[in-house]
Ligand binder design. Structure first.
Ligand SMILES: [Zn+2]
Length: 417
């Protein structure tokens, strides 16, 4: 989740798989074409036989905005049941999100409303989508031809500094919690706020311990570097970043440094690459810095179109940004930038520690990755880069399931003591 952000980015000219362009004779050209077609077929088969998991989607905001429903194919946004099926998405984490400035009982009330909204959507479409809280339930859903819906809370401020609230969320099916959003909590520092706690407070460390016991994944997207290291040190289970990209490619404070990615991986964790153009592309960030008035103009236009409706704001923010790109006011980011971030992280720590956390319906998607139907492109691009089928399956979702299984095991162990 981003708040009224505008996007832009690099025109990536990385042409993937243009093997034919390297051939000099008609025969060789023909051979390359056949090989390329074989690869497309192999990618299709691999993608649709893999468990594809997306660890961060902000579609929940749309559930509360009025008449949005997951069942019909929607013209706007990135996620609905038909498009998830078309893109082979097997499991999705719906994000529960409110701004960091809303705290205390009001924050809890909003979070409960959103959790309920996810439950209601799942109940309404129980033939096609089912709530899952464990790896076994995700696999069972797949066997029955259903999409698994999971819930993640994006921002520790929503527990109102109360472990009882955290336990209640877990009982309602919440399976990860991002320790902060873009502002500091009462007990943890965010990457996009002025440090107030030097990472996690003592209570913040207790939150992490209780999450371990409850089997809730500790999500370190959005947190400050010090909060990340404190959480990594305290947690008995692997952590993940549900939607973060690589800071070495795009210097956003909520992206992860190479060292952080290595340290996360050394404890079994996974970085789930975020598709937001402004976290993928340095050119975007530079454009943002060069002309802050653009961001303000977009925010004003979003407010005019949507008022306080959060779901509308997120969808319109992306739409207006695209209008700015079309007018040449902002650079354009291609979807292949996602592959660049995946490949960077894989080169650092191997294919066991990288996954997908789109930020669909909450950010500015790069061109060519507008919605869930485009996901098979990732599989094909990775195969064309020479990734093994096993490695592609891990990145698509098996790594996430491994982290979940380990978090479940640690929870069982802690509860048996
Ligand atoms: Zn977010």
């Amino acid at each position: 989740m981003l708040r009224v952000i505008f996007n832009a980015g690099l025109i990536t000219r990385a042409a993937i798989g243009l093997a034919a362009a390297l051939c000099f004779s008609p025969g060789a050209h023909m051979k390359a074409r056949v090989a390329a077609d074989d690869l497309s077929a192999r990618a299709h088969k691999l993608h649709f036989s893999s468990m594809v998991v997306d660890t961060h989607d902000d579609t929940t905001q749309r559930f509360l905005d009025g008449d949005f429903d997951l069942a019909p194919r929607n013209a706007m946004g990135s996620i609905d049941i038909p498009r998830m099926k078309e893109g082979g998405l097997g499991a999705i984490f719906f994000s529960i999100w409110i701004p960091s400035k809303i705290t205390g009982p009001e924050a809890v009330k909003h979070a409960l409303d959103q959790i309920d909204a996810v439950h209601q959507q799942v109940r309404r479409h129980s033939g096609e989508i089912t709530l899952a809280t464990q790896v076994a339930e995700i696999r069972a859903a797949r066997k029955q031809g259903q999409i698994a819906a999971l819930i993640g809370v994006e921002g520790g401020h929503m527990i109102a500094s109360d472990l009882g609230v955290l336990r209640s969320y877990a009982a309602l099916g919440v399976r990860y919690m991002t320790l902060t959003h873009s502002g500091n909590d009462e007990w943890a520092d965010s990457s996009t706020d002025v440090p107030a706690h030097n990472g996690l407070t003592d209570f913040g460390k207790d939150v992490v311990r209780e999450m371990n016991r409850l089997g809730v994944i500790v999500d370190i997207s959005h947190v400050s570097d010090k909060t990340f290291y404190d959480a990594l040190h305290v947690s008995k289970a692997p952590l993940f970043a549900s939607h973060s990209s690589c800071r070495a490619i795009c210097d956003a404070p909520r992206n992860m440094t190479d060292q952080m990615i290595k340290d996360l991986a050394s404890k079994g964790g996974v970085i789930q690459i975020n598709y937001h153009a402004g976290f993928l592309s340095q050119e975007f960030r530079d454009a943002e810095k060069a002309d802050p008035e653009l961001g303000k103009a977009i925010a004003t236009e979003v407010q005019r179109r949507c008022g306080d409706k959060e779901g509308c704001q997120l969808i319109e923010g992306d739409k207006i940004t695209r209008e700015y790109v079309a007018q040449g006011k902002l650079p354009r980011v291609e979807w292949t930038k996602i592959i660049e971030h995946i490949d960077h992280a894989v080169k650092l720590v191997g294919a066991d520690h990288v996954g997908l956390g789109s930020d669909f319906d909450g950010a500015n998607m790069p061109y060519g990755m507008e919605d869930a139907t485009k996901l098979p492109r990732i599989t094909e691009a990775l195969l064309r880069k020479g990734y093994s089928e096993d490695d592609v399956r891990k990145i698509l979702g098996e790594n996430t399931l491994r982290v979940m299984a380990e978090v479940e095991r640690v929870s069982r162990e802690l509860n048996s003591k």
